[in-house]
Design a protein. Structure first.
Length: 255
């Protein structure tokens, strides 16, 4: 968490937004979560509140963001004064039982100490019929993407720390979520210039890059550029992703 405290003020500047493709992602997430005006949306691991703010603007929902980093949450509050930003951890959400209509976890589960416990907490705070959506990159999607193919050090880190979609689905079923499905979102038809990708790699725009020692990162970055040039690929595809989603259908007593 300390690294995110230190990165907070420059975090959004270092994000490779074209790679995430938020213009397409926001309506997709709003549809999956079936968000409507005045719904309460909880974003767990919300960081600077970028996606939560856009979803609030698009749908008129109310937003609660939970993150362990207070410096990141300060930026979220500056971004949208109506956003309720709370310091907390995924495994012990600072939210009462049954008050949330939709729960989003956007590329954050790999930072959690205990993902099944987070899912149990999600089931606790969701209202009956509330929807949950976890955005990840499946292991198959990683293995098919040239960024991982040509920078294998990143692949070895992320396949260990990011639960695959079948594992997430199994955990959700065991905890009591229903109507579980995995939506695969293919954005590979959108191409980015390699020069843009090389530039953002130097900024370590992906979190596994910051887990490598500086020597390993520089060696991997150099090898990546060499492999890309040798491949003949004209451009880099935008990252595809997966949405593992389900419904909370357990009635519970009030907290």
């Amino acid at each position: 968490m300390s690294s995110y405290n230190e990165l907070a003020e420059s975090y959004d500047e270092g994000r490779f937004w074209e790679y995430d493709d938020p213009a397409h992602r926001i309506p997709t997430l709003a549809h999956v979560l079936r968000l409507k005006e005045k719904d309460v949306l909880l974003d767990v691991g919300c960081g600077t509140g970028y996606y939560l703010d856009l979803l609030m603007q698009r749908t008129g929902c109310r937003g609660i963001g939970v993150d362990p980093s207070e410096p990141m949450l300060r930026i979220a509050r500056r971004r949208n004064s109506g956003l309720d930003a709370r310091v907390g951890f995924a495994e012990k959400l600072p939210v009462p039982n049954g008050v949330i209509d939709a729960l989003l976890c956007h590329h954050a589960a790999h930072h959690f100490a205990d993902v099944p416990q987070f899912l149990r907490e999600g089931n606790r705070v969701l209202a009956y019929g509330g929807r949950i959506a976890l955005i990840t990159v499946s292991h198959k999607q990683m293995q098919c993407h040239p960024l991982y193919q040509y920078f294998p050090e990143l692949l070895s880190i992320d396949v260990r720390r990011i639960p695959d979609v079948d594992v997430l689905s199994s955990w959700m079923s065991e905890i009591g979520f229903t109507q579980i499905e995995v939506q695969v979102v293919d954005r590979s038809s959108i191409q980015l210039s390699w020069d843009r990708v090389f530039d953002y790699i130097t900024r370590k725009f992906m979190s596994p890059m910051r887990l490598l020692t500086e020597a390993h990162f520089e060696a991997g970055r150099f090898a990546f550029e060499e492999r890309v040039r040798a491949s003949g690929l004209a451009a880099c595809p935008v990252e595809s992703y997966s949405i593992t989603n389900g419904v909370a259908e357990h009635l519970r007593s009030e907290s």
